[in-house]
Design a protein around this ligand. Structure first.
Ligand code: ZN
Length: 340
């Protein structure tokens, strides 16, 4: 089967890879219906994260179950399924508390590489969620977004305790930040302030429910958020970048007693203990337990209530994955969908 392999920074190839097989009795093998390039795939692409060897890429996927191991009970051949970037048993104490991304048996799907025609999914019963009915091509795009970027934006909004009557500030206008805006709208936020200076992303933020746009960054951005929230800062802040500047901006934009949900993968972020102490805010973040939210997100998508797949602004066949990486690296695309 064909799949994407990264050889070195800037060097992405689509090549013949081994056919996935059932290894553990709890595995399934799926035929991937659609996959995509993640913002986090750009870290090794840009040489920020080291690559030790040619690495299969991809951790977002939707598809049809082709084969299941002997111990799989809930997932059947022919099911259209959505999974997320960590396989999880969904039964351990950590999973049952809603933190499946830290399951005691978690397996990172990025190590398997779902930018491919097929993929092995460990812990299939816990990892995969069946889609009721036959999704349309449009719904497949939205379901693919649920696999990571929507689930992550939703977790950030949930962690930030977004809710009716609250003000929300979103730091980061990539796919996750934009879908954090959508999640905030769905969760009933009163005011949603998106921080963006890109016209196309601003337009999408508006479409997803942003009530205000802030183009300033750093201290000026914080000052604007405070201006818009009665001088206090937002009740709920979503951080979806992962840099020193974005994290500081997010902390300083959160009012005392407020909540910050941070989901940008932190790169060289160092927090000042004294600032954190006096910020007096709730912090919750990390790799999103997308699995917790998938059943609800799938239902909303299949009822055509939300259109998170609108973040995909470039669609290419898998064979042209290298161009997809280039387009995202050069910021010509926010999020690239790869078709099979
Ligand atoms: Zn678990």
């Amino acid at each position: 089967m064909r799949g994407v392999v990264m050889y070195a920074p800037g060097d992405v190839r689509v090549e013949e890879r081994g056919e996935p097989r059932i290894v553990e009795p709890s595995d399934a093998v799926i035929r991937v219906a659609a996959t995509c390039v993640c913002g986090s795939d750009l870290w090794p692409y840009r040489g920020v994260e080291e690559l030790r060897r040619p690495t299969p890429m991809g951790h977002e996927y939707v598809g049809v179950v082709e084969e299941v191991g002997a111990a799989v009970e809930r997932v059947r051949v022919g099911d259209f399924v959505v999974g997320s970037f960590f396989a999880s048993d969904n039964t351990c104490d950590i999973c049952r508390a809603g933190f499946q991304s830290r399951c005691v048996h978690a397996v990172p799907m990025g190590g398997i590489g779902t930018q491919a025609e097929r993929a092995r999914v460990p812990l299939a019963d816990g990892t995969l969620v069946r889609v009721p009915g036959e999704p349309t091509p449009e719904q497949i795009r939205h379901l693919l977004a649920a696999s990571d970027v929507l689930g992550t934006g939703w977790f950030a909004a949930d962690a930030a305790e977004v809710g009716p009557g609250k003000s929300v500030a979103v730091v980061g206008d990539g796919a996750v930040g934009l879908l954090g805006v959508l999640a905030a709208r769905e969760l009933g936020a009163e005011r949603i302030i998106a921080m963006s200076r890109h016209p196309e992303r601003q337009a999408l933020a508006r479409k997803f429910g942003a009530t205000d746009l802030v183009t300033e960054r750093g201290d000026e951005g914080v000052a604007r958020i405070k201006e818009l929230t009665g001088g206090l800062g937002a009740h709920s802040v979503i951080e979806a970048v992962g840099t020193q500047q974005s994290m500081e901006q997010a902390i300083r934009s959160t009012r005392p007693g407020g909540h910050l949900g941070y989901v940008g993968v932190a790169h060289d972020v160092k927090l000042d203990g004294m600032e954190l102490f006096f910020a007096e805010i709730h912090l919750l973040g990390g790799p999103a337990p997308v699995r917790r939210f998938l059943p609800d997100l799938i239902d909303r998508i299949m009822r055509d209530e939300i259109t998170p797949g609108d973040v995909f602004d470039l669609t290419l066949p898998l064979a042209e994955a290298a161009e997809g990486y280039r387009a995202m690296d050069e910021r010509r695309a926010t999020k690239v969908l790869l078709t099979l």
